[in-house]
Design a protein around this ligand. Structure first.
Ligand code: FES
Length: 155
C-alpha cells in the first residue's frame, strides 16, 4: 500500500542532472571564493629587523657595546660607527667576544676583531650590518641589510 507521504524514487537521469548541477554550483562557489581571497596576501611580510641604537653620543669613539637581545656588537671608531652581527655564519650560534676577536662556542670557529674568519668551519666572516640615522638623529641598525666589511656610518 503506497501512501501519499511516501516519496517517489528519483529517476537515474534526474539524479545525474541534480548531481551535475550541484557539482557546477560548488565549482563556481569555490572559484568565487578564490577570487574574493585574491587581493589578500597569502604570505605575510617578515617583521622589520630594524632597531634603534640611541643617540650617536652614547657611542664615543674607541668603545664597543653589545646590544642586548639583538646579538649585535656596535663598534665606534674615529671613522664612524659599525654594527657586527654576533651570529656565527656556520650554523647560527652566538659568538662571544674575546681578546683576539670572536669565538664560536659550538664548533670552534674564530674571527678577528673585524669579524674576518680566522678558523673554520664557518664559511665566511661575521656580517656587518647597515647603520643609519633616523629623522630624530638616533642611530638605527638594519639587521636585514648586510654591508661590506669595514663600512662605518659617519656621525
Ligand atoms: S655554529 Fe659557529 S662554528 Fe658552528
Amino acid at each position: 500500500m503506497s501512501g501519499r507521504l511516501e516519496s517517489e524514487p528519483i529517476a537515474r537521469r534526474d539524479f545525474l542532472g541534480l548531481a551535475g548541477l550541484w557539482t557546477t554550483a560548488i565549482a563556481i562557489g569555490g572559484a568565487l571564493l578564490g577570487m574574493v581571497r585574491l587581493p589578500k596576501p597569502s604570505v605575510l611580510p617578515e617583521a622589520s629587523r630594524r632597531f634603534r641604537l640611541g643617540r650617536p653620543d652614547e657611542f664615543p669613539p674607541g668603545t664597543s657595546k653589545v646590544i642586548a637581545g639583538q646579538n649585535v656588537l656596535v663598534v665606534s671608531k674615529p671613522q664612524g660607527i659599525a654594527a657586527l652581527s654576533l651570529v656565527c655564519t656556520h650554523l647560527g650560534c652566538i659568538v662571544s667576544k674575546n681578546e683576539a676577536g670572536f669565538s664560536c662556542p659550538c664548533h670552534g670557529s674564530a674571527f678577528d676583531g673585524d669579524g674576518r674568519i680566522v678558523a673554520g668551519p664557518a664559511p665566511r666572516g661575521l656580517r656587518w650590518l647597515q647603520v643609519s640615522a633616523a629623522v630624530d638623529g638616533r642611530l638605527i641598525v638594519n639587521a636585514g641589510n648586510e654591508v661590506d666589511p669595514g663600512t662605518y656610518y659617519r656621525v
